[in-house]
Design a protein around this ligand. Structure first.
Ligand code: HEC
Ligand code: HEC
Length: 567
């Protein structure tokens, strides 16, 4: 079995010993007795492979495993660690089967998975919502909080998770878990934002209390989902609408073929509305827990991974198809099951200006050959003048948008079938912003792959309150801009913008190589931070400008486990 490193076990014994001795005030590191009801393990392969160390009780509960639920990525990570550090030996097929069984039967309900789906989708999130500073200190300093938030555990198991960390990373006792100004952490005063009236508690205790309450083993969502659990039946044709930062919208179809229970192959054809040849993806998918789509597909030389959620009625599938050394590129994808009836996926445009004629392409399926202007409704102030059927999947609509039409989203209706908020109507672009305030790129090219950053500028309308930059403003989608860079003054004369890399006309930043660079002061690397500036020509008004902050940093030298659960 590959990946097993016997010397690790020796190290572990030492680590555990260190952890136990560092924990003299804590209970012993043996598993305390569970008081909660476990989820029995009934799968033969799982019992055979895991049951030797995780002993079954009289009800068929395997120790620890029966009191834990998590995502496919979570289970895979745990199983890989069993192989890497604890001496588990499994073939690829056994591992696959056990993962399928556990992720499905000891998984998360859709409502539990949705808030942390961004983590499984490998998105870059600028700022995670954290319950409080103590939880951040204890549990979000090494990995995102989404990692623990992807798990559900019994009260005992939350403590065991802390013990596992202490066993493997004893120093976290000092760096993360104990309170500042007390315990064994250096005295640097109470945590920022701590209530001085409250007795100080260790961050780890606050975190444990939080997770025991927020992520318990038993939930009504899981009870309900588990009762109705079945294999997803997705075979057939689906319409696809997608968008890709820097490229805009794409439409097409996916043919899904069943190859086994919860297993499929896919064939996807996507056309970019901006033009260019069709892209074809051939892929394979496993659907865990009845709704967790994990696929891998290929278009030309681009290998993408697909992480999506299947809706409960199995009529839509939504998520991200991503690639890149840091998963920095990704399509936002929505698929709709195609029946015999008309279906409407969306329009080519994000926004339509009021006070004139507009051409709108409508994408979907089964558009009737005899479609008439009267079959199409586009909402207040938008009069459909004519329609022609380009194909069963595309209509070309000409519409007049009244001057003074209310700004805001419009549904597109084709023969009573509605695509909600398919585009917005506006009178002028009031300001623009970069799609994210900040981005991260990573140097590479010599010994490490480059980590790119794609910028996009989004137009905004001031909204009903007539005031720009307030909560009711209306996003108008990407607008065409001229891209440039400016120095971000951090250190004197560092001239970062001359070294960090290049930004092209479509907002794609390509980082420079790792360095060291003899041309730079002190021969430093090419790292740095800069402003990325978007300038929108704004027909009929002053040019509009927005800035995004870009940090160009060193490669990620240590790559923790990268779960890959699509095959
Ligand atoms: C050779 C013994 C051994 C085998 C076989 C084994 N485990 Fe473990 N398992 C351990 C040990 C030791 C721990 C505690 C240390 C740790 O968490 O790594 C553990 C802990 C765990 C945990 C708790 C981790 C956490 O997040 O707190 C899970 C989950 C788990 N094992 C799953 C499995 C599964 C699933 C299998 C079968 C595919 C398996 N184990 C097989 C020894 C084993
Ligand atoms: C010192 C850095 C560090 C801190 C602090 C930390 N973690 Fe982790 N955590 C890790 C690493 C590294 C792993 C991966 C371990 C492995 O699989 O080898 C991990 C894995 C996990 C996992 C996956 C468990 C499994 O069985 O694979 C969960 C859940 C988790 N951490 C939750 C937490 C919680 C809750 C806290 C706060 C009490 C916390 N972490 C604090 C570094 C940290």
């Amino acid at each position: 079995m590959s990946g097993q490193r016997p010397e690790f076990r020796l190290v572990l014994v030492v680590l555990f010993a260190a952890a136990i001795s560092a924990q003299t005030t804590k209970p012993a590191a043996t598993t305390p007795k569970e008081t909660e009801t476990g989820f029995p393990v009934t799968d033969k392969a799982t019992i055979a492979k895991c049951g030797g160390c995780h002993r079954a009780d009289k009800d068929g509960n395997l120790s620890r495993i029966s009191w834990i639920r998590t995502t496919p990525e979570g289970w895979q990570q745990a199983i890989k660690r069993m192989v890497r550090l604890n001496g588990l030996s499994v073939t690829r097929n056994e591992g696959r089967q056990i993962l399928r069984y556990l992720a499905t039967n000891h998984g998360l309900a859709p409502e539990e998975a949705a808030p942390v789906q961004w983590y499984a989708e490998m998105r870059y999130l600028e700022a995670e919502a954290l319950p409080n500073d103590n939880v951040r200190d204890a549990c979000a300093s090494c990995h995102p909080l989404a990692r623990p938030e992807s798990w559900r555990r019994s009260s005992v198991e939350w403590q065991e998770l802390v013990n596992m960390h202490l066993g493997y990373f004893p120093t976290m006792e000092y760096t993360s878990l104990r309170r500042r100004g007390g315990g064994r952490r250096p005295a640097v005063g109470p945590a920022p934002g701590a209530n001085p009236a409250e007795p100080q508690r260790d961050p780890v205790d606050v975190a444990l209390e939080h997770f025991r309450k927020a992520a318990p083993l038993h939930s009504k969502e899981w009870a309900a989902w588990r009762a109705s659990l079945r294999d997803a039946d997705l075979a057939g044709t689906w319409t696809v609408s997608a968008s890709l930062a820097g490229k805009g919208k794409l439409f097409g179809t996916t043919e899904i073929t069943a190859t086994g229970p919860g297993e499929f192959t896919t064939k996807t054809k996507l056309l970019q509305v901006a033009g260019g040849p069709a892209q074809e993806f051939m892929g394979k998918v496993i659907v865990y827990t009845g709704y967790q789509w994990r696929g891998a597909s290929k278009s030309g030389t681009t290998q993408v991974r697909e992480t999506m959620l299947v809706s409960r009625d199995q009529s839509t599938i939504e998520g991200r198809w991503f690639w890149g050394a840091y998963q920095e590129f990704g399509y936002q994808v929505k698929m709709r099951r195609m029946g015999a009836d008309v279906s409407v996926a969306g329009t080519d445009v994000y926004a339509v200006k009021s006070g004139g004629a507009s051409k709108v392409r409508v994408f979907g399926a089964n558009f009737p050959a005899d479609v008439k202007a009267a079959d199409i409704v586009m909402g207040a102030g938008v009069t459909v003048k004519s329609v022609s059927r380009v194909s069963a999947g595309e209509l070309a609509v000409e519409a007049d948008v009244a001057a003074g039409a209310i700004a805001g989203p419009r549904d597109v209706v084709v023969r009573r079938v509605v695509a909600p908020a398919a585009f917005v109507v506006y009178d002028k672009v009031d300001y623009i912003r970069t799609a994210t305030d900040s981005q991260l790129a990573r140097l590479g090219g010599n010994t490490h792959p480059k980590g790119y950053a794609q910028f996009e500028a989004i137009g905004y309308h001031r909204g009903p309150d007539n005031k720009a930059r307030t909560a009711d403003d209306i996003a108008l989608g990407p607008v065409p801009v001229r891209w440039s860079v400016e120095e971000f003054f951090a250190r004197q004369n560092d001239d970062d913008k001359d070294y960090v890399g290049t930004l092209n006309d479509s907002g794609l930043f390509t980082p420079a190589s790792e360095g060291p660079n003899p041309k730079r002061r002190f021969s430093t690397d090419n790292f740095g931070d800069i402003w990325v500036v978007a300038t929108f020509a704004n027909p009929g008004g002053e040019p509009l400008v927005a800035k995004g902050y870009l940090v160009v940093t060193v490669p990620m030298y240590v790559r923790y486990d990268q779960p890959e659960v699509a095959e």
